[in-house]
Ligand binder design. Structure first.
Ligand SMILES: [Zn+2]
Length: 557
């Protein structure tokens, strides 16, 4: 007697081979039979008319904190994701000494827009080492987790405050190497670092003070384990990104490790630079280096209100200083002060068209309800005002709770993005799941891939797209026994309708500890998600309480 049979599906097995019809039998969490199965089973899932694929893998997330209060990493599983990689961009919550907790929380707050109150209300700080952190999240895990250890966390542990001040001594590098070895032994899938991010004081994060000896020394340790390094490149500068590609290639060749950089965006119309960066990846690949560019599927949309600092204002110093460091009262006072307001408007004016294109997406007062959905240009015409004045006036009227959407800021050329997604040296990822929770919903990127780029635009075949988000991702990250539907593989399976699969619209929910909000999306077309052989989610009945998620791929079983 089998535990579970998935009947009559169209099997897209993750290898890229054409789909075929069949049943999948599962026992003790693993696939034990594929084909026409006559055996009986305790449970049967009818997949007639549906695609049966390996569970999707999301290689770029920041669910580190959320996993402490939500072992499902909601709503990832309902979008078909069965494995997530947290700890990207140099930031992980372990190893972490008690005296550095608030420093790290500050970095998560600045870089990933995680509210500080969520850490205060949602986190019991009962770990220090990476092994203790792994034990902690394993206790109620429904999704599989392949955690990276952050370079900034390693530095902070070894160097304390000096981590944000100077290069490391030879002795400190040796200590970091030992610490990284411990983390990899305890289950880390690799290490992340960054050349871009800043902390809550707008100062470079600790890993940016590392010299080449330090990064080299840490990659040597990754080489002992054959594990990956993830790096945030200077995505806004093609020359610097090309230099990072070369640097990663040298590290890959020297230590025989896989490497990946994120993100690679298609900025509006700037195809020449995208082609240049990809050509460099191809050249390094031809030399035998393993360098993968991470590309996200969704266009860049950013929502904001003046209650929390938004990425959108990063390059406007007066605005950013005000919304990052000012209290709500100070922001209101500046908006009401005619001199301060004039100065702000003058600074923002050069980005003229962008303000007019903003859409008012949410208000709390009934009198402004009719304006929701209109652009600021439209509202400015109605009020005989300007878009920037309208943005400020509505924010004042709504006690800073007027929400605006800046849609399609870039990365929205379907043909060009599709061409990249199909490229053999591109890893589909960079979702940033669990981060930027007040700027956009980081969920549904795989639904968008299969809806927009496979079904509507036909730029990838279904088999090719599934291979990219299952087998290839597992292979790149060294996640064994997952990513394919084959005998003896672990039964992580996503069943969906290829005619409807997509991502739903973005909406606001209040489910973050400390009564906080975030943007989420529902999935469309996902029917059933199986993790470790157990049904974790079904469209008809919702989530189950199965806790079959494991920490991959470390020695801690
Ligand atoms: Zn990130």
């Amino acid at each position: 007697m089998l535990d579970l049979i998935v009947k009559n599906g169209s099997i897209v097995d993750g290898s890229g081979m054409p789909a075929y019809s069949g049943d999948i039998g599962i026992k003790n969490g693993r696939i034990c039979q594929i084909g026409q199965i006559t055996a009986t089973a305790k449970n049967i899932v009818d997949a007639t008319g549906k695609v049966v694929a390996p569970g999707f893998i999301d290689p770029h997330t920041h669910f580190d904190a959320q996993l402490l209060w939500d072992g499902y990493a909601k709503p990832s599983i309902e979008h078909g994701i069965t494995t997530i990689v947290p700890g990207n961009c140099s930031l992980s919550l372990a190893p972490l000494k008690p005296e550095h907790r608030m420093k790290l929380v500050g970095m998560f707050n600045q870089i990933e827009e995680m509210p500080i109150v969520a850490f205060e209300k949602g986190v019991v700080w009962n770990w220090q080492t990476f092994e203790e952190f792994v034990e902690r999240i394993r206790s109620n895990l429904s999704i599989n987790v392949a955690p990276l250890v952050g370079h900034s966390a390693l530095r902070l542990w070894v160097m304390g405050d000096a981590a944000s001040e100077r290069t490391a001594t030879a002795d400190e590098i040796t200590q970091m190497q030992g610490l990284l070895r411990e983390c990899l032994d305890a289950g880390a899938v690799g290490m992340s670092t960054s050349f871009v991010d800043v902390d809550e004081k707008m100062q470079a994060v600790p890993c940016r003070y590392a010299n080449t000896e330090e990064l080299d020394g840490l990659c040597a340790v990754l080489g002992e384990f054959g594990r990956i390094v993830q790096l945030v490149n200077e995505f806004y500068d093609a020359d610097l990104t090309v230099a990072r590609i070369d640097q990663l290639a040298e590290l890959s060749l020297k230590y025989n490790i896989p490497t990946t950089f994120s993100p690679l965006f298609v900025n509006n119309g700037d195809f020449a630079n995208v082609d240049r960066m990809i050509a460099r990846v191809e050249e390094q690949s031809a030399r035998g280096a393993r360098v993968w560019a991470q590309v996200q599927t969704r266009p860049i949309d950013i929502s904001f209100s003046f209650e929390v600092p938004s990425l959108l204002f990063m390059r406007l110093p007066s605005w950013y200083r005000l919304i990052r460091f000012g209290t709500p009262e100070e922001i209101v006072a500046a908006f009401n002060d005619s001199d301060a307001r004039k100065k702000l408007i003058a600074e923002a004016a050069p980005m003229g068209e962008q303000w007019g294109a903003l859409i008012l997406r949410q208000v709390k007062h009934a009198k402004n309800q009719d304006l929701v959905g209109k652009t600021l240009t439209q509202i400015a015409e109605l009020k005989d005002s300007t878009p920037l004045d309208v943005m400020i006036d509505l924010s004042l009227e709504e006690d800073l709770q007027a929400h605006f959407l800046s849609a399609n800021l870039g990365h929205n050329d379907v043909e060009k993005v599709g061409e990249l997604l199909a490229h053999p040296n591109v890893m589909i990822g960079a979702s940033d799941g669990g981060a930027h929770i007040l700027s956009f919903a980081t969920f549904g990127d795989t639904g968008h891939l299969l809806g927009q780029f496979v079904r509507k635009a036909g730029l990838l075949s279904l088999e090719q797209a599934i291979r990219k988000i299952t087998f290839e991702t597992a292979a790149i990250w060294g996640i064994e026994e997952r990513g394919l539907l084959q005998k003896n593989y672990v039964a992580d399976i996503t069943i969906f309708d290829k005619e409807t699969i997509d991502r739903g619209p973005e909406y606001f929910v209040q489910d973050v500890p400390g009564d906080g909000y975030r943007y989420v999306r529902d999935a469309i077309g996902i029917d059933t998600v199986i993790i470790g052989g157990e049904i974790s989610y079904q469209k008809a009945s919702g989530y189950t309480d199965a806790q079959c998620g494991v920490v991959l791929p470390g020695k801690v079983a």
